[in-house]
Design a protein around this ligand. Structure first.
Ligand code: KIV
Ligand code: ZN
Length: 387
């Protein structure tokens, strides 16, 4: 029996706060509907106190989307919580996400406070949010750099105050996977009442560890992951939803299931990229242009014999028709033959050899040899006009 992992998507909050990625309310609703169709459990729709526009977006998303829980972010400040509750009023399932910094950097330098005062404010914020909603998530900001005994004290106190989910953010993307996993394990083992709440991961990608840290958190007991489409988010971004979902599908032995309809991943990725005007890097795992493209002759030959030789994911599982055999100067005859076959062109072996020689000369000059280039080379070789 697999255990369920809850997917908390923060594309519209942590992702959308990136400069240049701002969306208007209509666009946010379009993304929220796509996330609902994808099967996410929670949509963090915004930070309502931050601007009237964000307030309005949270309100409109609350009306437009009904299956996922709609979540609104606040600081541990009563007015933030009042405004968030108002923005969420029409949501079918609602959650307030409140919290405060818990690392020495945040306690002393950012908040000019003390550990005792932080615990007091954390508990007060959760209790205050509970007046409005049953489902209250607490974030222990910069937990990645926090002292673990203090972190455990905060987590225990907020669970006692009624938090249903406790988020352990690696806000600065500082941890290594074994450190982040150990933090979650420590909390699972040392916090009284930890099973009354769900621990959540929220890992930033400053060292390129976000997905690895998130998975390490899950392996050690976290049962919610905070993620974004295409991994967008502050600085180097957040954990990418598509990477976590597909990693767990590839490693079924972990016994963790998400409710995500993975066939929608490519289209949601493209929607978010185009609305936010944020290109996805070509080699991005799962959704990058080259994630299912084979370009070297050795790989192409292997894939054409059996896709499993070089593919761990069936492209159809992420909503693509098939993988791509890219024709470059590193391609072999097998790839050329395959592409000509797809174009409906049958050649004798000596013609194929001749076209291949001409193809290599052209491929050395061009980055990518396209179908019209091939049609020209075939015509040039056979003397027939091919189209
Ligand atoms: O990275 C972080 O700590 C956050 C919190 C506000 C949840 O985004
Ligand atoms: Zn964050």
């Amino acid at each position: 029996m697999s255990e369920r992992l809850f997917i908390f998507d923060t594309t519209l909050r942590d992702g959308e706060q990136v400069p240049g990625c701002q969306l208007n309310t209509i666009e946010k609703i379009e993304v929220a509907r796509a996330l609902e169709a994808l099967g996410v459990d929670v949509i963090e729709a915004g930070f309502p106190v931050s601007s009237p526009g964000d307030f309005n977006s949270v309100r409109e998303i609350s009306k437009a989307v009904s299956a996922p829980t709609i979540c609104a972010l606040t600081r541990a400040v009563e007015r933030d919580i009042d405004v968030a509750a108002d923005a969420l009023a029409l949501a079918k399932h609602k959650r307030i996400h409140t919290g405060i910094g818990v690392s020495p950097e945040h306690i002393y330098s950012k908040l000019k406070s003390t550990p005792d005062a932080i615990v007091e404010r954390a508990v007060a914020a959760v209790k205050y949010a509970k007046k409005y909603v049953e489902d209250v998530e607490f974030y222990a900001e910069d937990a990645g750099r926090a002292d673990e005994a203090f972190l455990a004290r905060v987590v225990e106190a907020v669970i006692k105050a009624g938090a249903t989910v406790v988020n352990i953010p690696d806000t600065t993307g500082y941890c290594l996977p074994e450190q982040y996993g150990a933090k979650i394990k420590y909390l699972m083992e040392h916090v009284d009442g930890v099973h009354k709440a769900i621990l959540s991961t929220h890992c930033h990608n400053d060292l390129g560890m976000a997905t690895a840290n998130t998975l390490s958190g899950v392996i050690n007991g976290a049962r919610q992951v905070e993620v974004t489409i295409n991994g967008i988010g502050e600085r180097a971004g957040n954990t990418s939803l598509e990477e976590v979902v597909m990693a767990l599908r590839c490693h079924k032995h972990l016994g963790i299931d998400t409710g995500i309809n993975s066939k929608g991943l490519t289209s949601v990725s493209r929607l978010v990229s185009s609305l936010m005007n944020m290109p996805v890097q070509a080699n991005k795992a799962i959704v990058g242009r080259n994630a299912f493209a084979h370009s070297s002759g050795i790989h192409q030959d292997g894939v054409l014999k059996d896709r499993g030789n070089y593919e761990i994911i069936d492209p159809k599982d992420v909503g693509l028709d098939e993988s791509v055999i890219a024709l470059t100067a590193r391609s072999g005859r097998a790839a050329l033959h395959h592409r000509l076959d797809l174009l409906g062109i049958k050649l004798e072996q000596h013609e194929l050899d001749e076209v291949y020689e001409k193809f290599l000369v052209l491929a050395d000059k061009k980055k990518d040899v396209r179908d019209d280039d091939l049609l020209y080379l075939v015509g040039d070789t056979t003397g027939e006009k091919v189209q």
